[in-house]
Design a protein around this ligand. Structure first.
Ligand SMILES: [Zn+2]
Length: 180
């Protein structure tokens, strides 16, 4: 997925997380904390690629990570997420980072892994087990604008969901239950 696609997807995920009240912290999260936090981390997993947007800017970190883990290795796995989550407990406990910023960072990082899992190459979720997992619905070779379309649909669905929710709960779900 391209850097722009990741940014769009991360924004869509942040809006989804807030609308669907993912956690108590996210419900009360300040948009001015949440959006920048998501944008900061949504490109970090590609630090393992020296020619990625972030890799080009931080080549001194990117090159060794690329050599050790390869592209779409450790940084695209649950282990990296656990590492990021425990980072606050281990290293940042004495530094005051608001919880909404921290959870926004986790959402941004997760959004990258989810987005890459939607491409044909998949992601090694259980790294160091190298098998890649994914649902390849985003194929840039077949459809150039598919990333933007999916992100726009996701944002549109999230924003419009409160309007359609009463219809869904009162009519569509009971109708579906009756039919099946
Ligand atoms: Zn990636």
């Amino acid at each position: 997925m391209t850097a722009n696609g990741h940014i769009f997807f991360a924004l869509a995920c942040a809006i989804c997380a807030k609308h669907f009240e993912l956690t108590k912290v996210i419900i009360q999260a300040d948009w001015w904390h949440l959006i920048p936090a998501v944008l900061i981390t949504c490109l970090i997993p590609d630090i393992d690629h020296p020619y990625s947007l972030i890799g080009q800017r931080l080549r001194w970190i990117s090159l060794p990570i690329s050599l050790i883990f390869g592209h779409r290795g450790f940084t695209h796995s649950f282990l990296a997420l656990i590492f990021l989550s425990s980072f606050k407990i281990i290293c940042l406990d004495n530094i005051s980072i608001p919880d909404d910023i921290f959870q926004g960072m986790i959402i941004g990082y997760c959004s990258h892994i989810i987005a890459d899992a939607l491409t044909p190459a998949g992601v090694p979720l259980f790294w160091p087990y190298r098998k890649r997992f994914g649902i390849p619905v985003i194929n840039n070779k077949k459809n150039k604008n598919i990333e933007q379309k999916i992100c726009c649909c996701l944002i549109g669905f999230t924003i419009l969901f409160p309007i359609f929710e009463p219809l869904l709960v009162k009519f569509i779900i009971p109708l579906a239950i009756k039919l099946f």
